[in-house]
Ligand binder design. Structure first.
Ligand SMILES: [Zn+2]
Length: 272
């Protein structure tokens, strides 16, 4: 039994056909499915690090934090937006899906097929282990292993943006949803750790090739009552990379923290 898929061959670019254990293109390039079910479509030439993407420690921190449903309000808001913009039985791509926390819920919301791509093998493996309905691949957002004009909706949650690739894989006039942190997101966490915290910069909304539709704000104050949860949340932020000893000590001394979460869900439609 063979199934059509939106995945494309990273060697020749032809469409891949799914068989029981692998994906194969018409030139017979073959990619085996991992035991968990994902397929690795990241060519070795594009793999600049031994394990690209977020490291295992960051993925573990994010997984532990998200699975306590601290961001359930965001998950719910994203699914609501998708219900509004996703056509019946359409194809959705989650570009930069991480360990599939949002993807899995989205897949349970829609009537069509759900695909997730992440550059981290550890993340894709975890996603495929916990979500047996969506399709997961290891791949780069900047060279998506996805066929032209195959997606009815593309979602990008805190992941890198690639204009040319997103436009390429979306069908004509299809929707694109981008989720970003708002200016005051996690303000109390930053204020507790840094001498001079600063607000997040939010880019201009217009995007080349897309027509901006609407912005949905999603805000909630959350109470973190365990030191480990606070540290896990901090690990998920981009500032975790540039934190010194003093800041790390402050972070570790925090036993509980009430913090503002603040997201923007931006909806776009492909221009042509
Ligand atoms: Zn091929």
């Amino acid at each position: 039994m063979a199934n059509a898929s939106i995945w494309t061959c990273p060697v020749c670019g032809n469409l891949l056909t799914e068989t029981q254990k692998s994906f194969i293109c018409e030139k017979r390039h073959c990619f085996d499915k991992a035991k968990s079910g994902y397929v690795n479509l990241l060519p070795v030439s594009r793999k600049h690090a031994k394990l690209p993407g977020d490291n295992a420690e960051m993925i573990r921190a994010r997984r532990d934090f998200l699975h306590q449903n601290y961001y359930q309000h965001l998950q719910t808001a994203i699914c609501k937006a998708i219900k509004t913009y996703m056509p019946e039985n359409g194809i959705l791509l989650d570009a930069g899906c991480g360990e599939g926390y949002y993807t899995k819920q989205i897949c349970e919301t829609i009537s069509g097929e759900c695909y997730g791509v992440d550059i981290s093998k550890t993340a894709a493996d975890f996603a495929a282990r916990t979500d047996k309905i969506s399709h997961y691949a290891v791949g780069s957002i900047f060279h998506l292993p996805v066929s032209d004009q195959s997606c009815d909706l593309l979602i990008n949650i805190f992941a890198p943006y690639c204009e040319t690739e997103f436009i390429r894989v979306l069908k004509s006039h299809a929707y694109f949803i981008m989720v970003i942190p708002s200016t005051r997101h996690l303000w109390e966490l930053k204020a507790a750790v840094y001498d001079h915290p600063y607000e997040n910069q939010v880019k201009d909304y217009p995007l080349e090739g897309f027509i901006f539709q609407e912005k949905i704000s999603c805000e909630k104050r959350i109470l973190l009552s365990h030191s480990q949860d606070i540290q896990n949340l901090f690990q998920m932020t981009p500032y975790a990379y540039r934190t010194g000893t003093k800041e790390r000590e402050r972070l570790q001394s925090l036993q509980n923290l009430e913090v503002q979460t603040s997201f923007e869900i931006l909806i776009y439609q492909k221009e042509r």
